[in-house]
Design a protein around this ligand. Structure first.
Ligand code: MN
Length: 141
């Protein structure tokens, strides 16, 4: 079995409009030492990205106002987000229909988890991202 890297200290921006989901996810992530910043809307997510630095974004798709797809496209394309344009974005979606994965990837997302998902699934995905980010950062040195 592949070694799962520690997730402690990982800075995650959690974008989720439903408070109960947000609280449950935040609690589970913080239990693993992950540093969680919550945004309750797409607009709040962009404000958080302007103000801070994150290793990964967990992005709800269905939100009032900007959808997760629109937020991701803004991160990938708008000059003001140049510094975080390549940040990993994982879609969190309540609906999993055929073609969704392609649609999310086309919008610039890296991967997705269909709700309900287990914390093990989420941890494995974050672990892969952490390994990939470490390799990326080491390659830049
Ligand atoms: Mn939602």
């Amino acid at each position: 079995m592949a070694e799962i890297p520690s997730l402690a200290g990982l800075r995650v921006l959690l974008v989720e409009d439903e408070e109960i989901n947000q609280l449950a996810l935040r609690t589970g992530l913080e239990r693993q030492g992950i540093v969680v910043t919550c945004a309750g809307s797409g607009e709040a997510a962009l404000a958080a990205l302007r103000a801070g630095t994150f290793d990964c974004v967990l992005m709800d798709i269905q939100m009032p106002g900007m959808s997760g797809l629109e937020v991701t496209q803004a991160i990938r394309t708008q000059p003001e987000f140049r510094d975080c344009a390549d940040i990993p974005v994982i879609a969190l979606t309540a609906f999993a229909m055929s073609g969704d994965r392609e649609r999310f990837l086309a919008a610039g997302m890296d991967d997705y988890l269909a709700k309900p998902f287990s914390f093990d699934d989420l941890s494995r995905m974050l672990g892969r991202i952490r390994l990939a980010r470490l390799a990326f950062l080491n390659a830049g040195k």
